[in-house]
Write a protein that binds this ligand. Sequence first.
Ligand code: ADP
Ligand code: MG
Length: 328
Amino acid sequence: DRTIRQIAAGEVVERPASVVKELVENSLDADANRVSVAVDAGGTEGVRVRDDGVGMDRDAVRMAVDEHTTSKISDIEDLEAGVGTLGFRGEALHTIGAVSRLTVRSKPRGGDEAGTELRVEGGEVTDVRPAGCPEGTVVEVDDLFFNTPARRKFLKTTATEFDHVNTVVTQYALANPDVAISLEHDDREVFATEGRGSLEATVLSVYGREVAESMTRVDHEPDAGAVASVTGLVSHPETTRSARDYLSTFVNDRYVTARVLREAVLDAYGGQLAADRYPFAVLFVAVPPDAVDVNVHPRKMEVRFDDESGVKRAVESAVESALLDEGL
Ligand code: ADP
Ligand code: MG
């Protein structure tokens, strides 16, 4: 019933940034080349994600907001193989629709049908109609938690909520240099990547020239017996910030947080960092899929490695070599 639905929604949708994460994942799953995210008041008033992906026809739009529907698992073997697409639970749109005013506009790529617009308010579909729209999908989420005042009360300031949104969109931009990803806050552009496939260009778009120019490549052949291969970019030890939000780590191309990765990066800088300063790093760590547990805490994106100290050595030595090459 409605109450259970609203409680369940809280598990998936904690704050505007969780809405943004689910919508951006859907756009990437839909093979988009361009994903535009726009939020108002840190996302507390509105979130809009527009993509040029495969789109949906009328039936697919209706199904997308139903409970437990996903087009991404066709059979149990997919599940066991560890689904390649980002989302697979089939409940994100449904749960978001339960706690907001949701509008989906979509039109299939390359088809000649009209587009479809569907509205959901607090879990009830209030309108479905043909609509003129470009190919791809736009999802708008307004007034998040309007019908769950207790949850709404837990939202932090606009600035804090926007920080979380910015972190999420930044991670997806860095992980997908071949997709043009942009972020707007209250009608101002925060960043826009070109989507031409270069990590350097993406870092330039996201973090600006000063940071981009201080970055050095991590691309060493792993040592013999290394349990992970490590590539990416790390900044000069003097190009730092006071928050650790600029350490982005991806395991098998998925954004993750892991204390061992953070420690490895910081240890590689040795004594070169000023107290309480953190470098910029964008690191892609590749390990055999069975050597990492990604389900420690799905929402928080924590992972655990079978061989934590092996992974730490591999990351630390890769970053150290990169800094050494620069004479640092
Ligand atoms: P999941 O992503 O786990 O399948 P969601 O609730 O996030 O579940 O989405 C439900 C379904 O709606 C997806 O499986 C997909 O078929 C469709 N869908 C959602 N967003 C998009 C999009 N941006 N473009 C195309 N299809 C989408
Ligand atoms: Mg999804």
